[in-house]
Design a protein around this ligand. Structure first.
Ligand SMILES: [Zn+2]
Length: 491
């Protein structure tokens, strides 16, 4: 298959990417997508920067065709850019042409054009507990005056009403309160990229690249030196397939891959932009605990879910709302606009759990009901989830519940809350070490004032009812780290 990429179309703060294919696009509805970065003038950036974004997103899609693909660009693509994103997406069958004789490029057409008050640190901000914690940590370390929150309105389907809803909700419930409470700056963006995918292509939608690459013009304009997305260590398990092959879950988000991506930016753009994951050491309850202990006001500000009304923080029914409600009960914290009694009476999740209890399910995993899809957290969070429930003290609840609500909580507690796993509140030292010496030390000092730091991965570790392993520092040499320009030699 041949793909012909057009020159990116830049209009003020928007850029539109377009291409044609010699065969039908099986995975996307349109051969076009756009980004808008509020208030930035995009003509100050070089065309190669937009090639960087296009390849980071689209090579994953092109490599899903079961044939060789040649992607033709109107002007040469920097060699490091093509090499990095090809390795990142394992896209050996996709050839990019023409390739420049130069490895890197200057991301600016002329001199760098920065916003009036640049900021050193950026958080890709979703409004939930993890990115709120990241905002607090970065504000404490670098000063709130040096932090910018970056948020995209990125609907999953092409629907102007949905876009307006997301835009209004994100501004009203997330960005405005963050500016007022933390004193940080905010930068909005819009993209329809995720909305162009057909169902057949859902697995090809971007992960962290939507932000860590899609937001590059923003990172450059704000003079950002360190940027963070948020993913807890628990999702990054190491599992052995039946074939005997080891699988490293969430490969692109793993610490060694982030180090390589940061090196790529330094070597290719000539700009020291570090991409990190500052909440790696914390999982569910640990993040919630640190917020309640060190930044208690934030509990009234977290927006756990993405489904509730435009002026409501919680829907009460989704797994994120459930995690929030249970974490509050486990840590004896409340927040005025979350109706905990309603939650325990009416949440669809609670009702499903009560049906499961009535079905006669037996407690067989550590004295608890085994993990199932009806649980409130993914299979790798099962042990922590049970610990959260066990931590709820039925004789000392943060609020008084009505009889029906208390009956449901008591049943739920009998299903999942029979064993404490105190390790689950500890911070694994290796997760701090993997943030790099400087940041890891700073986060370690903050964390150690509130919770234990341990030299081992908290145990036990299960995915559902299957024991799993964690080696967060693997793979030592992911494909992207093997590239010449990442290893410090010229291509
Ligand atoms: Zn919800």
């Amino acid at each position: 298959m041949d793909v012909w990429v057009e020159k990116p179309l830049i209009e003020g703060d928007s850029v539109t990417f377009q291409w044609t294919q010699s065969e039908a696009n099986h995975f996307q509805r349109e051969n076009s997508f756009s980004f808008r970065y509020e208030g930035l003038q995009l003509e100050v950036f070089s065309i190669e920067l937009f090639y960087e974004i296009f390849l980071a997103l689209q090579l994953r899609v092109f490599s899903a065709y079961h044939e060789a693909v040649t992607v033709h660009f109107p002007t040469p693509v920097p060699a490091f850019t093509a090499a990095f994103w090809s390795a990142y997406h394992n896209s050996e069958r996709v050839m990019v042409t023409p390739i420049s004789e130069f490895g890197g490029y200057r991301p600016w057409v002329g001199e760098p054009v920065l916003v009036t008050q640049p900021r050193k640190a950026a958080v890709f901000f979703g409004g939930g507990k993890d990115s709120t914690l990241a905002t607090c940590l970065f504000s404490e370390i670098y000063g709130a005056n040096d932090v910018v929150l970056i948020q995209f309105v990125g609907p999953l389907r092409n629907d102007p009403k949905l876009t307006r809803y997301l835009e209004e909700r994100q501004e009203r419930l997330m960005l405005k309160p963050a500016t007022e409470q933390f004193g940080v700056a905010t930068q909005r963006g819009w993209t329809n990229y995720q909305a162009i995918f057909r169902e057949e292509g859902y697995a090809l939608r971007p992960h962290l690249e939507l932000y860590t690459v899609g937001a590059l013009p923003t990172l450059l304009a704000w003079g950002v030196e360190i940027s963070t997305f948020t993913a807890n260590w628990t999702i990054m398990s190491t599992e052995r397939r039946r074939t005997g092959k080891w699988v490293y879950r969430y490969a692109p988000s793993r610490p060694t891959a982030l180090v390589a991506q940061s090196k790529h930016y330094r070597a290719t753009l000539g700009v020291p932009i570090t991409v990190t994951n500052v909440v790696l050491p914390f999982h569910g309850l640990a993040a919630h605990l640190l917020l309640t202990k060190r930044y208690p006001k934030t509990i009234d500000q977290i927006v756990p879910c993405t489904l509730a009304g435009v002026d409501r923080r919680s829907c009460y029914h989704c797994i994120k709302c459930v995690l929030f409600a249970l974490s509050c009960f486990a840590t004896k914290t409340t927040t005025p606009d979350f109706d905990f009694d309603y939650f325990w009476r009416e949440s669809k999740f609670v009702k499903r759990s009560m049906e499961l209890a009535e079905s006669g399910v037996e407690n067989s995993m550590f004295g608890n009901v085994p993990w199932s899809r009806a649980f409130f957290i993914g299979s790798r969070g099962y042990i922590m989830g049970c610990h959260i429930v066990a931590r709820i003290d039925l004789s000392n609840l943060p609020i008084e519940l009505t009889v029906d609500a208390l009956a449901n909580l008591t049943t739920f507690h009998a299903m999942y809350g029979n064993t404490l796993f105190p390790d689950q509140e500890a911070i694994p030292r290796i997760a701090l070490d993997l943030l790099g010496e400087e940041l890891g030390n700073r986060i370690g000092i903050i964390a150690s004032q509130h919770m234990e730091i341990v030299d081992r991965i908290p145990q036990p570790t299960f995915s559902g009812s299957t024991p799993i392993e964690y080696s967060l520092d693997e793979p030592r040499e992911p494909r992207v780290a093997m590239l010449e320009h990442i290893r410090g030699r010229n291509i």
